[in-house]
Ligand binder design. Sequence first.
Ligand code: ZN
Length: 255
Amino acid sequence: MLPELTEPQIRRYARHIVLAEIGGVGQSRLIAARVLVVGAGGLGAPLLQYLAAAGVGTLGVIDHDTVDLSNLQRQVIHRTADIGASKVESARRALSDINPEVRVEPRGERLTAANAERIIAGYDIVADGSDNFATRYLLNDVCYRLKKPLVAAAILRFDGQISTYKAWQGDGHPCLRCLFPEAPPEDAVPSCAQAGVLGALAGTLGALQATEVVKEVLGIGRSLSGRLLMYDALAGSFDEMAIAKRAECPTCGAR
Ligand SMILES: [Zn+2]
């Protein structure tokens, strides 16, 4: 049973409700949705704020880190006064200011192979805004096992990429390991701390991620499953690449 919209909700979400693809029923679906955002950093900042503003009813946020001065150049959910505070607590405060109707579930812990299944099982959709390969591959494998759509983005320097993985749906739905079977060694690819990242790039990719999460919740439009969307900020251009499902994929292949 979807929740009935209240008068203030009809006003708050009027620009959604007027869209034929969303309407009152779609808005009620967003209010009933449970989304887990992994990382309250560069991608998580716009992602969380747009999902809260959109009325996604329950937002899980997992991040073990605290706010550092060097985060503020792109992690626009945190304020200068939040330096030293837990990122999930800082994010919770910002989100309840944006939309007090949203239930935020802050988890100030690291996502690990030991806790990932238990945590992810409580949500409908996962959005990956993490900054390391171990977490990306863990999310890929656990979301596949639990049949949860995963909207994953990554940014470095002036480049960003995003895709959606729901490989349990079969043909035409690859996973991250279909694209790159194994995570590269952590020191093979530089981090944002080493190589840098344009602040606004996090906004672009995080907003795209929020859009794809909303599309997956509502089942509208064309999913990014099977496609990698790439943004080159210096060139000012988007490009996309088809991702093939591989029979020998260690996660989703037929074996
Ligand atoms: Zn696969």
